[in-house]
Write a protein that binds this ligand. Structure first.
Ligand code: SF4
Ligand code: SF4
Length: 172
């Protein structure tokens, strides 16, 4: 798959994610306190698949070539006010931050156990254990699709990832 095709596939996938996220944001209303400047979830050392880095590289070439990454300890894309400098082009994991999350893990004897979690700042509200399934963001749906895109982009092998900090040409 060419980088151009991969980029357009990522754009479409992110749009799909955003549509579903918007429904959940409307459903949960003021419980979700995420907003510009709230950035304790924007951690350093975050890595993304190269296919998602394509989107950031394509839209922010000048920033990556001329600006300095944010100081160590937070995401390299944070600005001094705690805003994201690539917000419109941020990766999948950032698009779903703050939602009630659910995922399944396989235990001994082929038993599948469901886990749930939410950012502590968004904890106040109905207990997440009691939420309907479709009131949560289900992990494991989009991730394999992104991995498939990455595989097609690189032509096989372990999906390659890149640290967000390493997208910058300059050091902090
Ligand atoms: S890319 Fe943006 S939203 Fe994602 S962790 Fe970095 S600053 Fe936060
Ligand atoms: S997930 Fe938590 S830390 Fe991140 S923006 Fe939302 S409320 Fe703030």
């Amino acid at each position: 798959m060419s980088p151009e095709t991969a980029l357009s596939e990522v754009l479409a996938l992110h749009e799909e994610v955003d549509a579903w996220v918007a429904e959940l944001v409307a459903l949960h209303g003021p419980r979700l306190r995420c907003g510009r400047g709230c950035a304790s979830c924007c951690q350093d050392e975050l890595t993304v698949l190269e296919v998602e880095a394509l989107r950031i590289r394509a839209a922010h070439a000048e920033l990556l070539a001329t600006a300095a990454p944010g100081p160590a300890g937070g995401c390299a894309f944070l600005d001094p006010q705690g805003g994201c400098r690539v917000y419109a082009d941020r990766p999948y994991v950032c698009r779903t931050q703050g939602l009630p999350l659910r995922w399944l893990e396989e235990h001994e004897g082929d038993e599948w156990v469901e886990y749930r979690d939410i950012c502590p700042l968004n904890e106040v509200g109905p207990p997440i254990e009691e939420l309907e399934l479709d009131a949560c963001w289900s992990l494991g749906i989009f991730e394999p699709r992104l991995a498939d895109l990455q595989e097609e982009l690189q032509g096989g092998g372990e999906p390659r990832r890149v640290a967000l900090r390493d997208l910058f040409g300059r050091r902090a």
